[in-house]
Design a protein around this ligand. Structure first.
Ligand code: HEC
Length: 547
């Protein structure tokens, strides 16, 4: 697949990266410069002395000891300080793909274009990041094809902070409906995202060369051609999820796969004690899902394309490269927003038959995933999102890739951000749930897609809440939390930014990693100012699937 000679690749890289001051490629050099600079901590409890204050008082379980001789993760954080356009190497930007975004294009043509587009991006992300001699896969420090980067500061939080072998962050617990045993499997997802140089330039406008963050005070926007890839790994055994057979597997320094629960309000020291990590105690993690996102202005309503590949380890067992044993589950570039007064749970009608306007789902892949599932329909791997909008096996059934990511905003002075789902809002906000199907024709009582009872709260109707969460938010535009009649569903005075004139959410342009890493940064700065590890802090929960 990647037979391109290193020489040609470097030439292309140099052309593409012209104008980059901190170019990862010295012109003519045989070896790419190393993009892992040690400016930011590479993992939670990073042993570099300059970060020691961050882990003060904690039980250390996430640092390589003398007995360990395997790979140690390094953060690729030498972000380009000038904009980079890699168009010459991004064939999906060709006019050939324009019809994908045209609502008039027939479904079968859209499906064909979506598949080709998705695979072009997937292979662009893999190039030079896998099968490199002497390197672990996705050790991106010295990619010989083009540079890739990680986000800084997903390391401060003891529960989710990167583990030290592959830089995986701990995501939400996921309970799958399965055929064997008791019918359910309690598992955890672990993931690491990589950014191309175009995307990393924007990260670098926030994460500075001196190791500090500049918290954005106005909307940010990634540039055309920004690409982010995110492999997600799962802790299930092959008995539980046979589709994971033959997939890439990593030994990682994880904690109990059934998830550890430190009580809300636990200190960081208590959390580090409640959730110890260990690379020898648990099974390897295996590739289940591979998310991609691409800044593409042809996506008229949002400026972004989201897609996900899933493990297809049974049907593709014979494919030579294990990273190719995935199938595209779908692509989306908008939420197919319900018209005013209509509901997300049944709009558009029968998408399996009629298709969506702004997404493509590959139903044969859905069926393959679900064939390993037990009786719990929305806990099967192919459950998808609200009304089968695109969502991965690890994601919440009441949401969709873009419904959740559209919320990405700069945390306000109380570290508040718009809830990823209405359901995750603090009880004090009294928010109506999204994706609710009314029961028996009642207007104010229903069930959401996970079967949770829901009622209308604060006079915000189900359709008004759906209009908020399934709106198409334009890239770099504030997320709106207000109903058409002017009610702020999070309560008056939210957000509360340091600048009182800033009444709208400051957009982080769909990047929830930026939002989460900035929250951790702000917590660290607050702890430093107080000169004590934070007591009774509200810790970050990477909530994605929790029902
Ligand atoms: C219910 C919320 C939710 C849903 C649904 C969701 N994500 Fe995410 N996603 C997150 C959160 C939270 C993060 C940041 C945490 C992390 O990556 O460690 C994230 C991170 C990412 C990233 C890394 C870059 C970034 O934006 O921060 C990508 C790429 C991504 N998701 C793609 C997808 C795709 C594709 C889908 C659908 C198949 C999807 N996501 C569905 C919550 C969600």
């Amino acid at each position: 697949m990647f037979k391109r000679s290193v020489h040609t690749a470097i030439q292309a890289g140099v052309i593409a990266l012209m104008g980059m001051s901190a170019s990862a490629f010295a012109a003519g050099a045989a070896k790419p410069a190393n993009t892992c600079s040690g400016t930011y901590p590479s993992y939670w409890q990073d042993i570099a002395p300059k970060f020691a204050e961050m882990w003060k008082g904690q039980i250390i379980s996430n640092a390589p000891t003398g007995a360990y001789s395997g790979p140690v993760f390094k953060l690729s954080d030498d972000y380009p300080r000038q904009p980079v356009d890699d168009k010459a190497n991004q064939p999906w930007r060709s006019a050939k793909f324009d019809p994908l975004f045209d609502p008039a294009t027939p479904q079968d043509v859209k499906a064909k274009l979506a598949k080709e587009y998705g695979w072009l991006v997937y292979n662009y992300i893999l190039a030079g990041n896998i099968n490199q001699p002497g390197q672990s896969d996705f050790d991106v420090c010295e990619n010989p094809v083009r540079p890739w980067y990680h986000i800084a500061f997903q390391t401060y939080d003891p529960l989710s902070g990167r583990e030290f072998i592959h830089g995986l962050t701990r995501e939400a617990p996921v309970t799958f409906s399965i055929k064997s045993g008791t019918g359910t499997a309690a598992t955890t997802m672990w993931a690491v995202a990589v950014y191309n140089a175009t995307a990393a330039y924007t990260l670098g406008t926030v994460w500075q060369k001196d190791g500090t963050a500049k918290v954005p005070t106005s909307n940010i926007r990634f540039q055309e051609g920004a690409v982010i890839g995110k492999p997600l790994f799962n802790t299930a055994t092959l008995d539980q999820l046979p589709v994971l057979a033959n997939m890439p597997r990593w030994n990682a320094n994880i904690s109990d796969p059934t998830f550890c629960n430190a009580p809300q309000g636990a200190t960081m020291a208590e959390q580090s004690a409640a959730c110890p990590r260990n690379y020898a105690a648990w099974n390897d993690v295996r590739l289940l899902q591979f998310d991609i996102s691409i800044a593409d202005s042809r996506a008229k309503g949002t400026g972004w394309v989201y897609g996900t590949f899933v493990a297809d380890g049974q049907r593709k067992a014979k494919v030579k490269d294990e990273w190719q044993r995935v199938s595209l589950l779908g692509m989306m570039w908008g939420n197919d927003t319900p018209p005013p007064g209509q509901l997300a749970y049944n709009y558009p009608p029968n998408p399996r038959k009629n298709g969506f306007k702004e997404e493509v789902i590959f139903w044969d892949v859905v069926d393959e995933l679900n064939s390993y599932g037990g009786t719990g329909m929305v806990q099967r791997m192919g459950h998808l999102g609200s009304n089968h909008r695109l969502n991965g096996p690890a994601d919440n059934a009441n949401s969709s890739c873009m419904s959740c990511h559209g919320t990405a905003s700069v945390p306000d002075s109380t570290f508040t951000t718009p809830p990823l789902l209405a359901k995750f809002a603090p009880a004090s906000m009294n928010m109506t749930y999204q994706s609710v199907a009314p029961v028996n024709g009642l207007k104010a009582v229903g069930l959401d897609r996970s079967g949770s009872p829901a009622t209308v709260k604060n006079d915000v109707s189900f359709s008004e809440m759906d209009a908020i969460y399934f709106a198409n938010v334009m890239a770099g535009t504030s997320f709106n939390m207000t109903t058409p009649s002017g009610k702020n569903v999070m309560g008056e005075g939210v957000p509360s930014y340091p600048n009182p004139a800033q009444k709208q959410w400051i957009s982080l342009d769909y990047s929830l990693q930026l939002s989460m890493s900035l929250t951790q940064w702000m917590q660290w700065k607050a702890a430093e100012a107080a000169q004590t590890p934070p007591e009774k802090r509200q810790f970050v929960k990477a909530l994605r699937r929790t029902q």
